[in-house]
Design a protein around this ligand. Structure first.
Ligand SMILES: Cc1cc2nc3c(=O)[nH]c(=O)nc-3n(C[C@H](O)[C@H](O)[C@H](O)COP(=O)(O)OP(=O)(O)OC[C@H]3O[C@@H](n4cnc5c(N)ncnc54)[C@H](O)[C@@H]3O)c2cc1C
Length: 372
């Protein structure tokens, strides 16, 4: 089909095109518009809604459990671990002030970790990690909540509960609606149902081709497609990681609030009002969960139900109201990637399952690079 002059002039050209309307893409677009108010910023998203991780996550506003920080110290060393925790903490604070706590359903109900009996030795390192984090938080981060495992009614395999008063949780649907509304109100144009199929350098900018045969032009392009980044930029590495969750109906006697990590982070759960949202178990079917398909599986869902019944709400009757899956992107070194790919293209992706916390920082770096 031939395009009209009007279409070319008014619809198919922008100073900046952002591909992907997840947490990163929408924040990159907003940052660009704020830094260059006269520039036109267009977001192209293939789904009716964002269809990756941002509307499908658990809504933990967290920067890392004790077990995760210990694992990171082992794999990436002290400086990189501290820097990552610091970026997550700063990102959370920026997201809350950007969108407003009420608009994103933010609850400062604390972060927690259940230490199972077989993981008791983890506790011996708590004070050391608190000392390490002191420069960032100016107070001890982790504390043992004495007697809380019984008060909360957790299963008998739980040895102790750690509390972290610096973390919270949000409503991921409200957060994405608020972000989208803010971006649109500040002049970002968002078009859904447009899948980008190819990118080509063309003159002083980029040609952005779509699956339905349209061709957009932009001076600069930000590729924020996360797990799907390699489809447009094959030189970049990312591993898809499916995350599955379930949500119960409201429980009559839920005796705890907040966000929890369990079994060294292999499981995580939180309350949503009187409901329980529980996710994880990816480690039980690692290869199978390296998937681009947003679909739950029996293996993982049965494991989640077992943990729910035996550890999280033992002895309570529950029904499952909803199950869903989302696709994350994991970078090789657990660090998010913000990278110029050619003179007209920047890629920003790979929040490794912590995009709520990291996306504000990643988006700012990407916007600065695009405008440099
Ligand atoms: C089950 C689950 C639980 C999670 N829990 C948490 C949590 O509690 N806390 C936390 O911090 N993080 C959590 N995460 C991770 C977090 O959701 C992600 O890190 C974050 O959403 C990534 O944002 P993004 O913008 O990089 O990617 P995405 O949200 O995946 O956005 C990428 C977008 O690009 C679009 N796209 C892809 N290809 C194209 C194309 N060719 N053309 C146009 N559009 C395209 C996709 O449709 C998608 O909307 C969880 C993730 C999952 C799946």
């Amino acid at each position: 089909m031939q395009n009209s002059f009007w279409e070319h002039d008014s619809f198919y050209a922008a100073d900046f095109i952002v591909i992907g309307a997840g947490l990163i893409g929408l924040q990159v677009a907003l940052q660009l518009k704020r830094r260059a108010p006269k520039a036109s910023v267009l977001v192209l998203e293939r789904g009716t809604l964002p269809t990756g991780a941002s509307t499908r996550n658990a809504g933990f506003a967290c920067f890392g459990s004790l077990s995760e920080i210990l694992a990171d110290l082992g794999s990436m060393g002290e400086d990189a671990t501290l820097a990552l925790v610091g970026r997550r903490q700063e990102g959370l604070s920026r997201l809350r002030s950007l969108l407003g706590e009420e608009a994103i359903g933010y609850e400062h109900a604390g972060g927690h970790e259940l230490i199972l009996r077989e993981h008791k030795p983890t506790l011996e390192q708590m004070h050391e990690i608190n000392r390490l984090l002191q420069p960032l938080f100016e107070a001890p981060v982790f504390e043992v909540l004495n007697g809380f495992a019984d008060t909360a009614g957790f299963g008998s395999s739980v040895h102790a509960v750690l509390g972290n008063a610096h973390e919270g949780q949000l409503h991921s649907g409200l957060a994405m609606r608020a972000l989208r509304a803010k971006a649109a109100a500040e002049g970002v144009e968002i078009v859904n149902g447009v899948e980008v199929s190819a990118l080509h350098e063309e003159g002083q900018g980029m040609s952005v081709q779509t699956s339905d045969g349209a061709r957009f032009r932009a001076g600069q392009v930000a590729v924020c497609t996360n797990a799907w980044i390699s489809a447009l930029l094959p030189e970049l590495a990312i591993a898809p990681a499916r995350g599955q969750v379930l949500l119960t109906t409201p429980l009559a006697d839920l005796r705890w609030r907040g966000a929890y990590h369990l079994d060294e982070g292999f499981y995580y759960f939180r309350n949503v009002g009187q409901r329980v949202l529980l996710g994880g178990a990816r480690h039980l079917a690692f290869e199978q969960e390296r998937s681009f398909v947003s679909q739950t599986t029996d293996t993982v869902q049965q494991a989640l139900e077992k943990v729910l019944a035996e550890i999280v709400v033992p002895g309570q009757a529950f029904e499952i109201e909803a199950r869903w899956a989302g696709i994350m992107g994991f970078s090789p070194d657990k660090q998010p990637v913000v990278q110029r790919v050619n003179p007209h293209t920047v890629a920003a992706f790979g929040c490794n399952g912590m995009g709520v916390a990291l996306s504000p920082m990643v988006a700012q770096e990407a916007a600065e690079l695009l405008l440099a």
